[in-house]
Design a protein around this ligand. Structure first.
Ligand code: C5P
Length: 221
């Protein structure tokens, strides 16, 4: 693995969902399978990178040659990323991080008594935005799952979070999440390209090649 467009680069990737505990046996989660992130990790490793994959709970094997750090909650993912980001030259955020966590998870299993049970949620930190805002930020790539007006929403996120690149996909009508195939609209400051519908493994290879090209174009050597 000394060859390839990302030869020797340290790449930090987040993948999968997070689980936000409600009580000791229950959580709030989402439908992310982790497939896109695992495919990106495999593609980056195949491109010569040294890959660390910070992953929420998924049913996928670790890609060969990739170091995996297992986390459950958004706060655990945040801590795992912040511990490692100073060493990374590239950060790719594919994880479906929960925007909110339960404010006060119950210490004992919640009994069914009340007809209405209310959960108070509080905002989780935006890991991607925090990484991008660092003075020593790596080349930072975000994902955006949108249900319409893909390019406009993705471009707004690219700018708001100060990213080097964003890969947007359409998740309306059951597409994107938990699927084998996907299509991506990839944008960067001043440009963009479309990666057509194809298996996530092929899409990941195309995205990694694009990251290597953009890093070179941006003089990030
Ligand atoms: O703003 P939005 O959640 O749509 O942005 C999605 C991007 O931000 C993804 O790359 C996701 O991994 C990242 N994200 C994050 N931390 C959060 C929420 C989203 O890193 N708390």
């Amino acid at each position: 693995f000394t060859d390839g467009p990302l030869a020797g680069r340290r790449v930090l990737i987040t993948a999968g969902p997070t689980r936000e505990p409600v009580d000791p046996v229950r959580f709030v989660g989402n439908r992310s399978s982790g497939r896109m992130g695992y495919a990106v990790a495999a593609a980056a490793a195949a491109a010569g990178a040294r890959v660390c994959l910070v992953s929420g709970p998924v049913a996928l094997p670790s890609p060969p040659g990739v170091e995996r750090v297992a986390v459950e909650t958004a706060l655990e993912m945040h801590a795992a990323v912040m511990e490692r980001v100073a060493q990374a030259e590239v950060f790719i955020s594919t994880a479906a991080v929960a925007d909110y966590r339960v404010a006060e998870p119950a210490l004992e299993k919640i009994k069914k008594r009340a007809d209405i049970l209310e959960l108070r949620l509080v905002r989780n930190p935006d890991i991607l935005a925090e990484v991008a805002a660092r003075p020593d930020a790596p080349f930072t790539v975000g994902f955006a799952a949108e249900t319409g007006d893909l390019e406009r929403h993705a471009r707004a996120k690219l700018e708001a979070k100060g990213l080097d690149m964003i890969a947007a996909n359409d998740v309306s009508a059951g597409r994107g999440f938990d699927a084998e195939e996907n299509a991506l609209e990839v944008l960067w400051p001043g440009g963009g390209t479309s990666l057509g519908r194809q298996p996530k493994t092929a899409l990941a290879r195309a995205l990694v090649a694009l990251v290597a090209r953009r890093m070179e174009a941006a003089g990030r050597n």
